[in-house]
Design a protein around this ligand. Structure first.
Ligand SMILES: [Zn+2]
Ligand SMILES: [Zn+2]
Length: 328
């Protein structure tokens, strides 16, 4: 097999040859068909997110075909297409797992972080955390659903079912899928971009956003909720200023620059500031059911596996619209 291996923070990924891995008990081996590139991969590469051990193969939006199973895994999975998301393992016995919050598990393993991910031709995954994929979409189109879609969905759900006017700060891969889900639910979406980013504003409007403008400007009317996907802490007070009394600001990313201090008045009147961490398998099944009923248009830029560094550079520079996807 081949993999793009990361030896340490700040280094370029290097293409390596490895022996095909054998699945252990409860595991399966996938032939990777596509793996999308997430901002979290960039945080890992840039050393903003600590990694349990080096080296590691990044990538946690994997679509692949089961080609080998370990003991205890149903043989009927062989030949099936499955997805591997960020949550690669949860212990099942800590207090958080017991209360249905496996996204907060005390002893988790994350794909492309604590275990090798999908920037590769083959990958091992824990069968219980793989997701059956039966959407009538090409693998490259499905891959971004596995994090941008799933964690975007959890972020949207945190806004509250009664939030009708949603602002989205940072209009990348997650935002373009969340916008389509929110519109399918009958909500209104307003897009906030970097000042002067007319191309991304046009992209948001083309997907059905009712308004698009710079993040440092107030919206035309107060928001019921704001979702922040950009890793920029200064957006938090800006988003709080844009939501109505009792409104909610949801931070959907895993890492953000420091939040500047702000006047209490921005939080007062029962505004709420919350974060989203990881996902549960229940989130994943719920979103995949929703996406089956409301298939999203997925905008991708495709790169060969060996060009993972170029894909990461384009994401870092904001040169992408939609999602970057690696094809082995
Ligand atoms: Zn991700
Ligand atoms: Zn646990």
């Amino acid at each position: 097999m081949q993999a793009m291996l990361l030896h340490g923070p700040g280094q370029p990924l290097r293409l390596v040859q490895r022996v095909d891995p054998e699945p252990g008990p409860g595991e399966l081996r996938l032939r990777v068909e596509a793996c999308a590139v997430c901002r979290t991969d960039l945080h890992i590469v840039d050393g903003e997110l600590p990694v349990p051990h080096w080296p590691v193969v990044p990538g946690h939006e994997i679509v692949g075909i089961v080609e080998r199973v370990g003991s205890g895994v149903a043989l009927s999975l062989l030949g099936q297409r499955v997805g591997v998301p960020w949550l690669g393992h949860a212990c099942g016995c800590c207090a958080y797992c017991a209360r249905g919050s496996e996204n907060l598990c005390d002893a988790p393993l994350f794909t492309g972080h604590g275990r090798d991910g999908g920037f590769a031709t083959h990958v091992l995954a824990e069968a219980a955390f793989c997701l059956p994929l039966s959407l009538p979409m090409a693998p490259a189109q499905m891959a971004p659903l596995l994090c941008a879609g799933l964690i975007g969905w959890r972020t949207l759900r945190k806004a509250g079912d009664d939030a009708a006017r949603i602002g989205i700060y940072g209009f990348g891969a997650a935002a373009h899928l969340v916008t389509q889900a929110a519109l399918a639910q009958g909500k209104e979406v307003l897009a906030f971009t970097r000042p002067g980013d007319a191309a991304t504003q046009r992209f948001a409007l083309s997907l059905g956003a009712s308004w698009a403008g710079p993040a440092d400007q107030p919206p035309p009317a107060p928001l019921d909720a704001a979702l922040i996907f950009a890793p920029a802490g200064e957006l938090v007070p800006q988003a709080l200023a844009a939501v109505r009394k009792g409104g909610r600001v949801v931070c959907g990313g895993i890492h953000m620059s420091d939040i500047p201090s702000f006047r209490y008045r921005l939080l007062w009147e029962e505004r709420q500031l919350v974060s989203v961490a990881n996902l549960t398998r229940a989130d994943a099944h719920e979103y995949l059911r929703f996406a089956t009923a409301h298939p999203p248009q997925v905008q991708t830029t495709v790169y060969p596996l060996a060009q993972a560094n170029e894909a990461l550079a384009d994401l870092r520079a904001g040169r992408l619209q939609g999602a970057a996807v690696l094809l082995p």
